[in-house]
Design a binder for this molecule. Structure first.
Ligand code: XUL
Ligand code: CO
Length: 442
């Protein structure tokens, strides 16, 4: 029996995960994630705002295109959908509590099975929202964001908001309405749109302009509905270049920035960036973070990692400290995530079949982010990292460079300057120096 009291306990024999410090060799303890430790005036808990992802951790059963489920969950046995969903929710809140995850995230279809009857689906979701309200009150766990799954049902095979058939789009809207109602009822802090099927498989049968216009109208209608019904949080678009659709409209951060500007959605929408989506788009995660930060759109993160040898979304748990230190540098310099947190959109491997595996995965991910945050904050405070980058652009701070930055020089003025000053000096970019600097602090 756990020290915590769970009536319907699923992870028996696993106690609440505690911080034991870097010297600990307990695989079920934190070595760096000391939730109340203060860094730069804020606790680690408040910086990181970790969330568990309902779909991977409580629904993902290990099935892949070549094989059957390997994760046979004890909460997934009852035949009546609402009763089975309540067992799953018991398991979810037990895990979140034992894991010290302050938040969770879900799609409508994660919490309860949907059929084809909209009103029946709404009734089922409402039953689980009522149940989740109790669970949130008992445990203090909060909803980071809700979303609607507009990609699994066969009707969405040609898209939801970008479907060429208006009738399908309306079904997507019904689902978003219910998911927004659920998010608002549960005090959800944000709402996510990930458009897995919003894009095209072939341009031969696609009117891209019309689909994107429809997508924007759909987002405006969703936003207006949510605002009318009291939603104060942020909407996030989650970019991904492909998979399942060959070309997704929300390709990457820069593409979404252009879309939000074109369709007048900048005030309400920010980005939820995912590591493995960035690498699929041919970018580093750091690149995506920087694009978002520079545009004031750095909202939230889906934490995971890809596999260097694979070209698809493997959604593995994070384990690359260099990648995360560089990421935390960008996040800290941007003043943190705007409204969001760090959601573990990651799944344990198909052959990780012990109940404890889910805990090891999250312990590793949370510790890595905490460690990266501590290191990045030290780099910013103690090293010449910021100064080197500032100094590199010093020529734009005074004299003609400053005049250029202020928009005061013409092309002819620039030519005159080049002639007057002659050939520029060779100045090193010092990349290896910077790489070593990061490694010194790790
Ligand atoms: C898929 C993905 C989604 C979104 C939510 O690649 O990341 O799980 O995070 O729909
Ligand atoms: Co994601």
């Amino acid at each position: 029996m756990s020290a915590l009291n769970f009536e319907n306990e699923f992870f028996k024999g696993i106690e609440q995960i505690k911080f034991e410090g870097p010297g600990s060799d307990n695989p079920l303890a934190f070595r760096y994630y000391d939730a109340e430790r203060v860094i730069g005036g804020k606790t680690l808990k408040d910086h990181l705002r970790f969330a568990g992802a309902y779909w991977h951790s409580f629904c993902g059963n290990g099935a892949d295109p070549f094989g059957a489920p390997t994760h046979n969950f004890p909460w997934d046995v009852k035949s009546e959908p609402v009763a089975r969903a309540k067992d799953k929710m018991d398991a979810a809140f037990e895990f979140l509590t034992k894991m010290n995850l302050p938040y969770y995230c879900f799609h409508d279809l994660d919490v309860v099975d949907y059929g084809l009857d909209i009103k029946e689906n709404d009734r089922r979701l409402q039953a689980l929202v009522d149940y989740a309200k109790e669970k949130q009150a008992q445990t203090g766990v909060k909803l980071l964001w809700g979303t609607a799954n507009l990609f699994s049902n066969p009707r969405y095979m040609n898209g939801a908001a970008t479907n060429p058939d208006f009738h399908v789009l309306a079904h997507g809207a019904a689902q978003v309405k219910a998911a927004l109602d659920a998010t608002i009822a549960l005090g959800g802090e944000n709402y996510v749109f990930w458009g897995g099927r919003e894009g095209y498989m072939s341009l031969l049968n696609t009117n891209m302009q019309r689909e994107q216009d429809n997508f924007a109208k759909f987002l405006h209608a969703s936003k207006d509905y949510a605002r009318r019904n009291g939603f104060k949080g942020t909407f996030f678009i989650e970019p991904k270049p492909c998979e399942p659709t060959k070309h997704q409209y929300d390709y990457d951060a820069a593409t979404v920035l252009g879309f939000l500007q074109k369709y007048d959605l900048m005030g309400d929408f920010k980005l939820n960036l995912e590591v493995n989506h960035a690498t699929l788009a041919g970018h580093t995660f750091q690149h995506e973070l920087q694009v978002a930060a520079d545009a004031g759109l750095l909202g939230s993160i889906d934490a995971n990692r890809g596999d260097y040898q694979n070209g698809w979304d493997t959604d593995q748990f994070p384990n690359n400290i260099n990648e995360l230190v560089e990421s935390m540098l960008i996040i800290l310099e941007a003043g943190g995530l705007q409204g969001g947190g760090i959601n573990f959109d990651a799944k344990i491997r198909r052959n990780s079949t012990d109940p404890a595996d889910l805990f090891y995965a999250h312990v590793g991910g949370m510790d890595l982010f905490a460690r990266a945050l501590i290191i990045a904050s030290e780099i910013l405070e103690k090293s010449d990292y910021k100064k080197i980058r500032t100094d590199r652009y010093a020529s734009f701070d005074t004299g003609k460079g400053a005049e250029f930055s202020a928009g005061k020089l013409s092309l002819e003025d620039l030519r005159e300057y080049a002639i007057e000053k002659g050939e520029p000096a060779v100045i090193s970019g010092r990349q290896e120096y910077m790489e070593n600097l990061i490694n010194r602090y790790i």
